[in-house]
Design a protein around this ligand. Sequence first.
Ligand code: PA5
Length: 446
Amino acid sequence: MKENLSINLKNTSKFIPFEEIIAHAQQSVRHLDTLNNGTGLGNDFLGWLSLPDDILPQLERIEKTARHLRSVSDTTLVIGIGGSYLGARAVIEALSHSFSPLLKTKHHDVIFAGQNICEDYLAELLELVEGRNYSIIVISKSGTTTEPAIAFRILKDHLERKVGKLAAAERIIAITDAKKGALRSLVETNGYETFIIPDNIGGRYSVLTPVGLLPIAISGLDIRMLVKGAKSMEELTRNNKHAETNPSLLYASARNLLLQNGKPIEIMVGFTPKLHFFSEWWKQLYGESEGKDGKGIFPASVDLTTDLHSMGQYIQDGQRILFETMISVKSPVKKLTIPLEKDDSDQLNYLAGKRLSEVNHNAESGTVLAHNDGNVPIININIPALDEFYSGQLIYFFEMACAISGYILDVNPFDQPGVEAYKKNMFALLNKPGFEEAGKKLKERL
Ligand code: PA5
């Protein structure tokens, strides 16, 4: 049996006694019950709880579609934003070769679009794909989100001009709502292959649906192992009322007690750039789920040791309003040792023969001690390796903890009313039909 992800609260004990965290987590079991009984806020968005089982019947079709796109093209453009983008990117960046797009060996590139409205980004993407044989996956649950809708209009038009309308339709896959939205209408008109995002799963909890799994499968990763990892974490957390052995309960309680003790900012820390987009996914999950009604912990992130040479100063010495959640990966996939040099002018011979991971682990331990001495509490999350199984564990672990944490804060962890504010203003400023009056008032203010 595989070892599980584990949580270590040793480096929070100076700030909150372990017994207090256990007691809080034990009390929070009621939130687990609320989730399982579907009696809490946002209870129409609980489909993610049983996804590790519910998604199994769809895996074969997802894999088949992935094989098809890999056989007809060398690049897939994945269009989406927020929850329709970050989960897939997190897993793909964590588990793929760091230099995938630059590799000369035969491989399939997955490139993301629709996550911004930057003219240069899309224009440069068009320059790149002009010389490529590409497919498109467009993902939008609502089917009306402006950023991916614009990117899809432009890229679909390009693909249709490049290969013809019929051939383009065979290499465009849409992932959207079963009935609603403009993307659904495009699907009906053009006959694209589609996957459905269930009504009871919100964007940021959708990585274990085709939203995340199809792009991940296209990049060549093992989605069955990812789901298996998530299932093992469901088994460890969902019905485990013994708080001391339930990592999601412990994490949710520890971070809320830290908030109550004057630490409103949580920094996700990884010691590999491969975790960069995992932190981005986590920031969206927690930021959108908790940041409402004037409440919530502000989620931030750093990549270490890189950012020890920038944000490290603030973390060590700035306002004491921070805590860190550090993901430690025990073993890297590859092996590299530091060579011995006869002439030791760079004075690194004391490291000769050591693996880079040993140096990195010592940097990590040194950082933990230094930050703890600087009064930064640290929650340590440990995984044996960065692979599909543990990515699945991380995803389910954080989702479960986020839902519990939202209930601890007494907010609805499954809605995001705040994101509408900028959209309304943008539509009004762009003279979208129906927004004319609001547009006039806003323009006066500018
Ligand atoms: O978590 C969420 O619900 C949001 O971040 C959405 O995923 C994001 O706004 C994109 O929405 P859609 O998939 O409807 O285009």
